[in-house]
Design a protein around this ligand. Structure first.
Ligand SMILES: *Cc1c(COP(=O)(O)O)cnc(C)c1O
Length: 401
């Protein structure tokens, strides 16, 4: 059967994502070059949650598996895909850590697969008898989450060491190998006072935990995500959990500013993702014609439009209506009227000389112009993290060099 669906060189009317393997490798190199470098004293981890930040786990995993030391996930079933990939490709197993919630039965599967988990609350006590009943060959390796000021997961300093005492009685099935925390406010500021207070709290919490575990236990410590890894050297410790920036995006403009101050230069991150769409039709509308639902746009002169078969179903934010641009032949083209479920209408009067099909770039570079994830997020009154993670899982993704 012939396959249908969009893609480069494919006339079908749909959009696709291009993922640059070269950009991913480059971004890994940027992080490897930061002080701390390679090896057990400076493990680089990639965060692959949210379908690899919307980039596509199936496409990103084979590229990053050999480049980083640790793979972090939220969902257990995603983490298990690493082991499937390794078995299929005959690769040595990487350190894999599930940061999110895990049900007791899932914990059994993860233990058998050598996937590590995060214990962030006493709910884990319920998993202990289930793990014992499973007769594991090796205990499940766990990282203890310390809530140092995000107010999300983790044991607060007040809860330590009382609330983690159950771990001491469960050493046969739960082996504590690490301690982690997560920052609340590293991206929105250039002044890291709150983050430094969190680092202090982290060290206090780790001290309490180590005392409880007894001497001789070396914990893998990790608190830094992209921003802190870049601009807060004190927070790098043994492992870093880098998400957005391995995909080539700055956590924020503030982080970029701070990088200049802290590192002396701004590392060049390369966006991994481009989003393109072949036109469904290119045609002329007369002057004074309405465009799209709600008749929110009316042409003031004869206008050549391209109807693009992509919309908010695919992850193109409806809030970008009336503000966004796409690129056609290296030129910026305004999105006219409202973003629809499966359609966008753009003004290509000056971008193309005739009514032949065009390819639009919704995100990414085309010639001298580019539309960044940040720009699209700005039009949609949100952050680029949300824009990329909302890219539909159904979109075709192709890895390019
Ligand atoms: C998402 C996440 C990260 C990665 O954050 P980035 O800002 O994308 O680098 C790290 N740690 C935890 C716990 C997270 O939830």
């Amino acid at each position: 059967m012939e396959s249908i669906g969009g893609g480069p060189g494919d006339a079908a009317h749909t959009s696709w994502l291009e993922l640059s393997a070269g950009a991913l490798r480059h971004n890994v190199e940027v992080f490897r070059a930061l002080e701390g470098g390679k090896g057990p004293s400076g493990a680089l981890g990639v965060v692959l949650k949210g379908n690899a930040y919307g980039h596509g786990l199936s496409q990103v995993l084979p590229v990053v598996h050999g480049l980083v030391d640790i793979l972090y996930f939220i969902a257990p079933q995603d983490a298990l895909r690493v082991r499937e990939h390794e078995r299929a490709q005959g690769l040595a197993p990487r350190q894999v850590v599930v940061l999110g919630a895990v049900a007791p039965q899932e914990a059994v599967v993860l233990a058998r697969e050598g996937v590590e988990v995060v214990v962030a609350d006493r709910g884990w006590e319920a998993a202990v008898p289930v793990l014992r009943a499973a007769g594991l060959a090796r205990p499940l390796r766990v990282h203890v989450h310390i809530d140092t000021g995000l107010g999300r997961e983790g044991f607060t300093l007040e809860q330590l060491p009382g609330e983690t005492r159950f771990l001491m009685d469960a050493r046969d099935v739960l082996e504590v190998v690490g301690g982690l925390s997560h920052f609340a406010n590293t991206e929105d500021v250039t002044e890291q006072g709150y983050a430094l207070a969190q680092v202090d709290a982290f060290e206090t919490g780790l001290g309490l935990l180590s005392a409880q575990l007894g001497t001789g236990r070396v914990l893998q410590r990790h608190i830094a995500a992209s921003a802190a890894t870049l601009v807060l050297p004190r927070a790098r410790y043994e492992a870093r959990r880098v998400g957005i920036s391995l995909y080539g995006l700055w956590p924020s403009a503030e982080t970029r500013l701070s990088a200049r101050l802290v590192l002396g230069e701004v590392p060049s991150l390369r966006p991994v993702l481009s989003w393109r769409c072949a036109s469904q039709v290119v045609k002329w509308l007369p002057a004074n014609a309405y465009v799209g639902y709600g008749c929110t746009y009316r042409t003031s002169e004869p206008t050549r439009i391209a109807v693009l078969p992509v919309g908010y179903y695919d992850g193109y934010p409806r809030l970008a209506s009336g503000k966004a641009h796409v690129l056609v032949n290296g030129r910026r083209c305004a999105v006219l009227g409202r973003v629809m479920m499966n359609h966008l209408i753009v003004d290509v009067t000056r971008a193309t000389p005739d009514e032949r099909p065009v390819t639009a770039t919704l995100m990414g570079r085309d010639g001298e112009e580019s539309i960044t994830a940040e720009a699209l997020a700005g039009w949609a009154q949100t952050i680029h993290y949300e824009v990329v993670t909302r890219l539909g899982a159904h979109l075709r993704r192709v890895v390019v060099e």
